[in-house]
Every structure is written in structure tokens, then in C-alpha cells.
Design a protein around this ligand. Sequence first.
Ligand code: SF4
Length: 339
Amino acid sequence: MAEADPLAGADPSMSICIKPNLVVAKPASSGATTSPELVEAVIEYLYSKGLRTVYIMESSVVGIDTMRAFAACGYDKVAQRTGAELVDLKRTETADVSVDGYRMTVFRKVLEVDYLINMPVLKAHCQTLMTCALKNLKGCIPDSEKRRFHRLGLHEPIARLNRAIKSHFVIVDALCGDLTFEEGGSPVRMDRIVACEDPVAVDAYCARLIGLDPQSVEYIGQAERYGVGRAEPVTVIESGEPAGSLELQKPSGLVARLTRNVHSKQACSACFGGLVHALYRLQELGAQRALEADLYVGQGYRGVTLDGFGIGDCAGKSSHCVRGCPPKAEDIVRALREL
Ligand code: SF4
């Protein structure tokens, strides 16, 4: 992604939709929902550009009251502080659209804004393996259409939905995502923000971040074939220091089990989180030897000679090491599968 300001010279009268992921009424610390602090920072940036018409739009999953989700995630306070308008799309009109002869129903308000900033959370998904930018637009369709998407197998309709509704810019909240399930419960802190104009490129990149081959997430390839974007490299912005103030909700215990043989000393969240995702994939693959191996990660191992498997450049003096700062989960999976 070019580092140019995507809103340089924007017309101040433009209307902006921020589409977070508030799939359920849980705080961002659960790993399920977009950080309100990140959204607030984006709103402040928009205001600094003279853009004043900002909406935060969402429709939570079937059966969840969106306004309750806004409140549970702290978005009511964001709206009070900034003046941005919260829009429960479930209470708004719909419109029928056709994409290459494929009809679907979407919320009209999303079509009417001038610019859409898609702000998903990077999470695993029980049906599609992963949810990020492309799938986040499912919050722009009514409950009846959500059910129909599920009947149609999700992938194809999600890819086409991204033709009907354009994400002008994507900012992925990979500060704290979820390892196994889109509704939270196994939060994994990664302290990352991924930003790009291309939702396909973002999703392909983020798939690798959580140890998945992008080709295994069907809708990514389908969206590319439908011309939504290209799976090309993106710029990654990472926080310099772990954000010490983030308190995660109590995880299910799965993370503790996966990391029982991990020796961590001053590990950055990006490194540790990537390792957790890799271990989860290795468990799925039945790579038991990898799960039993002693693994070393963190800045505390810099310069230390270790007889074991190092994760990241800091543990580079181990007898075996997956290089990178941080290393990709995909590379960790590949290396540990060979054990
Ligand atoms: S390798 Fe890089 S990301 Fe990993 S712990 Fe060291 S400094 Fe942090």
C-alpha cells in the first residue's frame, strides 16, 4: 500500500461510514469486537481532515440487539465524545442490488455514504476458517439475507457482497483477536494494525498472520476472481511496545494448554500471538510432536544459546529457529510440522 494519505484533499462534505465488527455484545478484550479506542482514533483523524459527517454502522448477528452491542463495546461513549452517529442498520431500510445478475438485499444507508472504512477484527471463524475485511461486510445485510448467505455456504455470497459494497479503506484491528471462534472466548493479543485500500490483499495477508494458507479461505480467491481486489503485499503498521494496559477477558483455557511448553521471556505480543495461532493450526493438523516440543520466544532470549526451538530473531541462538521479527505463523507451522 502506498503510504500516501488516502483522504488527502477529501471534500469535507463527504459522508463516512465506519463499519466495525460488533458481532456480539462483548467488549474488545473478548477478542470478538473492534476496539472502540481504535475507532475513536480514526474518527479524530477524520475530523482533523475537516470531515464531519461520520457514522458508525453495524448490524450484529441474528438474535443480537445492535444497540446493546454498541453499549457493551463502549461505542455509546465514543459517540458521546466525538459526535459520530451510531446507526443500528437493523432499524433502517434495505435495498435490492444485483451483481452480475446475482441478487441480494443490503442496507440502503451503506450504499448512500461516500466512503466506507471497514474496521474488522482478525479472528478465526468456525465455518469459513477466518473472518476479516471481506466477511465483515456481512454486517451490512439484514438478518433474512444473513440466513440465506449461510444456506448458500457463505463463501460465494461474501465474495459477491464485496462487489456490491465497496470498502474504500480497511483498518484491521489485530490488537486482540480470537483464536478459534468469531464470537470471542479465546482472545489472542497480537498488538497489530493492518491497513490497506484493498480488502482482498488485507485478508490474504491476515490469513498468513494466523497461520492459514489464504487459498484455504475460499472467499478470498473468489473475491479476487470477481475483481474485488488483488492478493498483493500490504503495509503493516505495528505498535512499538506491547500495550500494557490491555486486560484480556479470561480465555477458555485453550491458549494455556497450547502454550504449556512455551518458554516466554519478554515476548512481544506479535511474536507470542503468532505462535499461539501456529500451535492451534498444528493441533488441527495432529502434529503432536510439535505441541510437545520446548519452544523459546521473547527478547529475554537475545544472545542466549539454547538447546531447543526458538521462535523469532530474538531466540536466534537456539539450535533451531524460525526467523523473523516477528515470524509469520505460517512459517512457524511449516517449521514445526517437520519435527
Ligand atoms: S523477535 Fe521481534 S517480535 Fe519477537 S520477541 Fe523479538 S523483538 Fe519481539
